[in-house]
Design a protein around this ligand. Structure first.
Ligand SMILES: NC(=O)c1ccc[n+]([C@@H]2O[C@H](COP(=O)([O-])OP(=O)(O)OC[C@H]3O[C@@H](n4cnc5c(N)ncnc54)[C@H](O)[C@@H]3O)[C@@H](O)[C@H]2O)c1
Length: 386
């Protein structure tokens, strides 16, 4: 069994440590915040308690897993690990400093990984003398429950490092997909219109948030509507990802953030965690289902879905990932009811393309430009899958 080092014991680091220890590895975890150790240990025991109460874990197993995890007070104590996964704040300088320090305390063979959601893996790796052993291993929140993990080689990463990392994470019962080192990787790039287009429809007054949420759940089969989901994720977190992706794509209008969400964040209406977001969770009822007539529901669903499919198709077109991984990412990383490219085949590529073209002509905005791959496939009557 390998020794796994984890840097940062926040939401992600603690989840990753728990998964690795559950799969039999000894884990060394380090966090520089005062009180981080107590917080981590209490959180771990709370999780185990819940599993024990549900009959999914025995006291004995909980004890064994706990014993495999060592919380250390100095970064150098992580030095003996075979793989180190960094999950500290999303700040390029902090991450680069950690990687350059890690390289001094770890052996030559140690694989160094970052769990960054939006920063460049290549840029973090460049802080190292040996960037060939650095890659992105991107878990989803909560890491203990979400099956998807994006594996992201930087420009200099060696193929063998990617293979070893992927095999290891697969052995933790995760579904790994390979993504090119570009902003948002697969999921955080392709999912943007689920939020952005829903907000745009709301801003234009074409439908209420309740109508949009109800449509996406009842007609689209999504587990949560976009507004309900943004409130769940936290509008601060969702807005920050949108803003980063927009900036990192050199202000491509496709990813433009909205004032609607920005104002919510400024007001402190962060969603469930603050008691109010798009919905009021204290004095109101939270998200409620409403009647939506068929014509309106189809208009909402087709528009948001066409924009999502456009992103998925464009990611394929630009070689961000292969089609199977793109579809797996959305079903296993964000619980979409179907892979978007498979969904496109079911709807018909020409129909999706026409929806985008209509939007493009209506608004004369670059935001609605169809991906060249959809244009070509519609013209040649092609499908993504045979
Ligand atoms: N939260 C999510 O939904 C999510 C999902 C996937 C990836 N990520 C990424 O994972 C990383 C961590 O996110 P999080 O949500 O767990 O954050 P978090 O704020 O919950 O935890 C970060 C932890 O890092 C510690 N830390 C900060 N600087 C440190 C340093 N120099 N040395 C050691 N520890 C340090 C903090 O004390 C804190 O405990 C980020 O890069 C984030 O983008 C987050």
């Amino acid at each position: 069994m390998l020794k796994i080092g984890v840097i940062g014991a926040g939401s992600m680091g603690s989840g990753i440590a728990e998964v690795a220890a559950t799969f039999g590895h000894s884990v060394i975890i380090y966090d520089n915040a005062i009180g981080a150790r107590d917080k981590f240990e209490n959180g771990l025991q709370r999780n185990f308690q819940k599993l024990i109460e549900k009959g999914k874990m025995t006291n004995e197993t909980a004890r064994e897993i706990t014993e495999r995890i060592l919380f250390v007070q100095r970064l150098q104590d992580v030095g003996e690990s075979d793989l180190v996964i960094e999950a500290v704040v999303e700040d390029i300088k902090v991450k680069k400093d950690i990687f350059s320090e890690l390289e001094q305390v770890c052996g030559h063979e140690t694989i160094l990984a970052t769990n960054t959601s939006s920063l460049s893996v290549t840029s973090i790796a460049a802080a190292c003398k040996y960037p060939e052993r650095v890659l992105g291993i991107h878990f989803f929140n909560p890491a203990t429950l979400m099956p998807l993990v994006e594996i992201i080689p930087g420009i200099a990463t060696q193929e063998i490092v990617v293979q070893q990392a992927r095999e290891l994470i697969d052995s933790w019962n995760k579904v790994t997909v390979l993504a090119k080192d570009t902003p948002g990787f697969i999921v955080n790039r392709i999912a943007r219109p689920f939020y952005g287009e829903a907000i745009r429809i709301l801003e234009e007054g074409l439908a209420t948030k309740e109508e949009i949420d109800t449509t996406m759940k009842k007609w689209g089969g999504f587990r949560m509507g976009p507004f309900e989901l943004m409130d769940f994720i936290g509008n601060d977190v969702n807005y920050a990802v949108t803003e980063t992706v927009f900036r990192e794509f050199w202000f491509d209008p496709r990813y433009k953030p909205s004032f609607t969400q920005k104002r919510l964040v400024e007001a402190g209406f962060l969603g469930r965690k603050s008691g109010r977001g798009y919905y009021d969770y204290v004095n109101g009822k939270g998200p409620v289902e409403v009647e939506v007539n068929e014509e309106k529901a189809l208009e909402i669903l087709n528009r948001i879905l066409a924009m999502l499919i456009n992103e998925a198709a464009d990611a394929l077109y630009l070689g961000i990932a292969n089609k199977e991984d793109i579809d797996l990412s959305m079903t296993k990383g964000v619980n979409y009811p179907k892979g978007l490219l498979k969904w496109a085949d079911e709807i018909g590529i020409s129909k999706v393309y026409q929806t985008l073209l209509n939007l493009y002509e209506t608004y004369c905005e670059d935001r609605y430009r169809p991906s060249p791959i959809l244009r070509r496939m519609a013209k040649n009557n092609q499908r993504f899958y045979a």
